[in-house]
Design a binder for this molecule. Structure first.
Ligand SMILES: CC(C)(COP(=O)(O)OP(=O)(O)OC[C@H]1O[C@@H](n2cnc3c(N)ncnc32)[C@H](O)[C@@H]1OP(=O)(O)O)[C@@H](O)C(=O)NCCC(=O)NCCS
Length: 179
């Protein structure tokens, strides 16, 4: 995935070297999570945490989390349910959190991290059929809607993309490799 134009960042898995105590996205809960819980979640297998680091300063500028999840089939739109096997839930990847530092908003980092999360998910050998995200509010919701996310039936803030949509966007076709 190409870096945002004119920026010098890298994305990598969170580790103890990352200076994240001063990360400020404007959303306290997200900042506290990165400073005090993200490391534990990583160690315990609850989330994979990735950070965007500004190379010149080694400052953490943005982060996101990924976990495996399940979505009840009856929360999907009916037209998709008809195409699903008769299992109660659909295997999914969850983008649990995504935040960009206030000082770095509007530089393409949010979009880059979202695309990076999808790229890593597509590269995973663990099967998934939906990419889900639970958004905080209407402002965050509008960010995801521009990338064709759809709402699950239980809550307009629970969004998802079918695997086929992600495959089409990235030119991958998981189905053709399977029996
Ligand atoms: C939402 C957030 C991740 C966006 O990050 P960002 O780095 O500022 O966004 P980008 O610069 O990558 O913007 C990419 C595109 O989205 C658009 N965009 C950014 N925020 C948007 C919003 N809230 N609604 C609609 N579009 C938005 C940009 O205009 C840009 O459009 P373009 O590609 O046509 O130029 C960031 O504002 C943030 O961290 N917010 C606080 C935490 C949060 O709400 N996280 C999300 C849910 S947990």
């Amino acid at each position: 995935m190409a870096e945002p134009r004119g920026c010098l960042f890298r994305i990598e898995a969170l580790d103890v070297r990352h200076r994240r105590e001063r990360f400020a996205s404007g959303v306290d809960a997200l900042d506290r999570y990165l400073a005090s819980r993200a490391g534990q979640d990583t160690k315990r297998g609850f989330a994979s945490v990735f950070v965007a680091v500004e190379i010149a300063s080694e400052r953490v500028c943005a982060f996101y989390t990924l976990s495996m999840a399940g979505v009840a089939v009856d929360l999907l739109p009916e037209r998709l349910q008809r195409k699903m096997p008769r299992y109660p839930s659909v295997p999914a990847v969850r983008l649990g959190r995504l935040a960009v530092a206030v000082t770095d908003k509007g530089r393409g980092l949010g979009k880059w991290l979202l695309m990076d999360a999808m790229t890593r998910s597509l590269a995973s050998e663990v099967a998934w059929a939906a990419f889900v995200v639970d958004v905080r509010d209407e402002t965050a919701r509008s960010f995801y809607l521009q990338y064709s996310f759809l709402a699950l039936a239980d809550d307009p803030l629970h969004l998802f993309l079918p695997r086929a949509t992600v495959d089409a966007a990235f030119g991958t076709d998981s189905g053709s490799k399977r029996p």
